[in-house]
Write a protein that binds this ligand. Structure first.
Ligand code: 7TS
Length: 407
């Protein structure tokens, strides 16, 4: 058996999505900007894909949805264009974000700091989220943009986006949310929540890799990141990636139709896995289940170093992650766990398990069994676990576990 539990890194492309993409490689291949029938043949399919994204997000007709190459591009676009549109001219000088954003936001913000922008990186609370009142307290009349993720890729924790959106609206500050880990996993209704810009990536909801989108409320102006042939209403130049756009449309439709039912089914499997793993001694899961995307578990197993655990799981044909795959080449502690107050040793033990609608009950059974035996194997050879193991009648020494993580 093979079990893929790294769906926050990427997902399998749904075979139904692959099927709808197929004709656009070698049959309907004209450039949509060409005036002949080879070009115009793709237009109804592009329109359909755009409609599918609008419907999935409950966007308004006067909003814009622009296809990009990925969420990294969408995030870079918003942040850099706000710099050009609002900061270079001296109107504003400040951006607010959080300590736990994806590197596509954090690294862009660090680059903006080098250009002279003031950036506030908000800390998270013990649940790993930023509270709305914290955002409010840092907004000044020089704040150009607030950028807060909808849900964390590492913990699955869902941020109070509705409250933050209301605060930004009231204060007249633009609001961007990186919704990569929310779209297709939990309901995202843009009539209900005020967001000016929203980033998403198709491969996180069983679409193809290399296509994403940026939602722009009320089609407000935003300097393009790519200048060129003026595609996408002059907003994003470059020949349209028709097969991938069609695939993204289908994928978002499949992921958001009956989302409540899909969530309940994934949540039941996730909770069963989580309950079973928490039977192990000295294990901790970050964040409450109710406020987490239904597919994600970030679990810490004291005395079991994350990389060792990944290696053992991989030997058992189980794919998991110690955090974000984007950062997995450096063996650093999990930065989100550090941010929520875990010590360095504990922050090296985080394992992220992320399910999908394709995860089966049999795969969960197999994972529970293998995971438990892996922990026993690794603890047997762990010097740090021996060192911190609780003494009879006493608390574990040396290893600091934040009280809120001790379930
Ligand atoms: N934003 C968030 C919240 C993400 O989780 C990711 C990818 C991105 C942006 C970037 O998406 P891309 O399509 O441009 O690459 N996150 C992860 C992860 O958690 N592990 O691997 C990639």
């Amino acid at each position: 058996m093979q079990v893929y539990l790294d769906n926050n890194a990427t997902t399998m492309c749904d075979p139904q999505v692959v099927e709808v993409m197929q004709p656009f490689f070698s049959e309907i291949y004209g450039n949509p900007n060409s005036l002949h029938k080879f070009g115009t043949a793709s237009h109804p399919y592009l329109r359909k894909a755009i409609d599918q994204v609008y419907t999935a997000l409950n966007a308004s007709d006067n909003d814009d949805i622009v296809f990009t190459s990925c969420a990294t591009e969408s995030n870079n676009w918003v942040l850099k264009s706000i710099y050009f549109d609002k900061i270079v001219n001296g109107e504003k000088d400040h951006i607010i974000t959080t300590e736990v954003e994806h590197p596509s936001v954090l690294s862009t913000c660090r680059w903006l700091e080098e250009q002279g922008v003031k950036v506030t990186y908000l800390p998270v609370n013990e649940e790993g989220i930023v509270e709305a009142h914290t955002v409010k307290s840092f907004i000044t009349d020089k704040t150009a943009l607030v950028s807060v993720m909808w849900a964390s890729n590492e913990t699955g924790m869902i941020f109070p986006i509705k409250e933050i959106g209301d605060i930004c609206k009231e204060k007249g500050v633009l609001f961007h949310s990186d919704a990569v880990q929310a779209v297709g996993k939990i309901p995202v209704d843009l009539q209900d929540v005020h967001v000016d810009f929203l980033s998403m990536s198709a491969h996180k909801f069983h679409g193809p890799k290399g296509v994403g989108a940026l939602y722009i409320k009320d089609s407000q102006p935003l300097t393009p990141l790519f200048h060129g042939g003026e595609q996408m209403g002059h907003r994003r130049s470059g020949t349209l990636n028709v097969p991938y756009i069609v695939g993204m449309g289908k994928a978002i439709e499949l992921a958001t139709t009956n989302i409540e039912e899909t969530m309940a089914s994934i949540r039941a499997k996730r909770d069963r896995l989580e309950d079973a793993l928490l039977e192990l001694s000295d294990t901790f899961v970050v964040g409450s289940r109710e406020n987490r995307t239904p597919n994600t578990i970030l679990i810490s197993i004291r005395g079991v170093e994350g990389e060792g655990m990944l290696w053992d799981l991989n030997n058992g044909q189980i794919g998991a992650s110690t955090g974000s795959a984007c950062a997995s080449e450096d063996l650093e502690a999990n930065s989100v766990m550090l941010a929520i107050g875990a010590d360095n040793e504990l922050a090296h033990t985080g394992i992220r398990l992320s399910l999908s609608r394709f995860t089966t009950d049999e795969e969960i059974d197999y994972t529970i069994e293998h995971f438990k035996s892996a922990v026993a194997r690794l603890r047997a050879i762990s010097s740090s676990f021996a060192k911190v193991a609780p003494t009879p009648g006493g608390e574990a020494g040396e290893c600091h576990i934040p009280h809120h993580m001790a379930h």
